[in-house]
Design a protein around this ligand. Sequence first.
Ligand code: HEC
Ligand code: HEC
Length: 239
Amino acid sequence: MELPSTSANPHTTPADIEQGRKLYGGRCAGCHGPTGDGGKGANLAQPQLPRAMDDLSLYRVVRYGIPDTEMPATLLAPREVWQICAFVRSLGRLASSGPTGDARNGESIVRGKGGCLACHSIGTEGGRSGPSLLTVGSRRSPGHLRAKLTDPGADVPENYRWVELTAKDGKKAVGPRLNEDTWSIQLLDGSGRLLSYWKKDLASLKSERKTPMPSYQGKLTTSEINDAVTYLSTLRGIQ
Ligand code: HEC
Ligand code: HEC
């Protein structure tokens, strides 16, 4: 990894920001939304970015991505990376205060009526068939969280697979895939137990990019969804 020798952004003129906006539009807006707060990526329209507190760490994230996440590296010249960084910081300065629902009510919906903890964990509580929500507020924008609640099938992560299989001895299992290779497959069952099968022992195997998460459109009111999104946005792993 090659990092610039300067730790402060040397390209922050209005012309740089404008150039950064263009580069951002082509390379980042698809995931982070045109104004930084709408896509499946993290919310960038906030004054402080947890993974990019200073300019150099922002440069590193934009240039090299975040390993093991959907945030990719970008092959751009240092000057262009800095221009994008300047634009990203400008989004933070314009930031609205985020979703304005009632976070406390949102928490009781997530833990109660919504039944979210049947599949998701927050800290040590909850189920394991869905991803942990402990840091979801720093990883996903409010717009993405809202879309996930109203139309969960619309944007399922690239490598997520839901597995339904029957073994030759008649036993069935369903759950999210953890690993798969030519000969074997591992999944989690409903109670969060790790199951491992040799493919030669299976009578049928279906593995699809499909989410088991139900839609809450119509099950929760618009204001309840807004409250839940407001609560989820506060889940940043750090209190
Ligand atoms: C394929 C989707 C995708 C693309 C394209 C993408 N990002 Fe990301 N980005 C993400 C995701 C997802 C995260 C959150 C990663 C995590 O921590 O789980 C993220 C995180 C970030 C962060 C860290 C935010 C924080 O809260 O600390 C920054 C900064 C960032 N992206 C900027 C950019 C910029 C600038 C571009 C364009 C050069 C870009 N991203 C392109 C998906 C994307
Ligand atoms: C039947 C199990 C189930 C229930 C109930 C459920 N989810 Fe999910 N959810 C999942 C699974 C599995 C995924 C991962 C696949 C995907 O993204 O669709 C997921 C994904 C998500 C994501 C995206 C997480 C990320 O890291 O990007 C959010 C946010 C989320 N769920 C919130 C909720 C909330 C809030 C509720 C309750 C109102 C809820 N879920 C109820 C199974 C469930």
